[in-house]
Design a protein around this ligand. Sequence first.
Ligand code: TIU
Length: 226
Amino acid sequence: MNSVAATPGPFSFDPASTALLIIDMQRDFCEPGGFGETLGNDVSLLREVIPPLQTVLAAARAAGLPVIHTREGHLPDLSDCPPAKRDRGEPALRIGDAGPNGRILIRGEYGHDIIDELSPLPGELVIDKPGKGAFFGTDLGAALAALGITSLIVTGVTTEVCVHTTVREANDRGYECLVLADCVGSYFPEFQRVGLAMIAAQGGIFGWVAPSHALLACLALEEIPS
Ligand code: TIU
């Protein structure tokens, strides 16, 4: 077992049953002209996550951890998009409308895909999800079971929306989740701080939180031949 210095205490994991989960690092959230910006957000805040996440992704690949990417989005006919999700608020463009990167949050469009900096490698799982949580309406649970995964290193965006929902879903299903504080991002600095605090409070009510360097130190030790 490996042990990462985390909050509220050490996060122990077996690399053989641990995967890196990268949530929704899509152009629609991280680049101008997409879903995140249409909601009125400053997407540049999410870009801080990219360099540390690139380092973690490279380390996970080198250590042989399975890497699983997710993408939030909907079918072109919007049949999997609840009307309330499309109709709520006063966004500049709604889900399915034509934007500069293609139709907003629609599978197959340029804006829906993962940013170039974190492109999946052939063979890495990409889970398309209609909701905020990565388990709802997907075969993520079956895929993790097939791989024998019981622990998840969780990264991506946004901390208080899709990361939180996914970690809560995973925790209820019995997965142990370590959220990397500098590899998850929010459009709201206050939500970033409180979102991370909520996970680790009450003795780690639904997960653990650590900086990425704590995981990297652990994976580096793992690679030293004994
Ligand atoms: N708006 C927002 O903060 N997030 C989302 O809509 N989806 C994800 O977090 N991926």
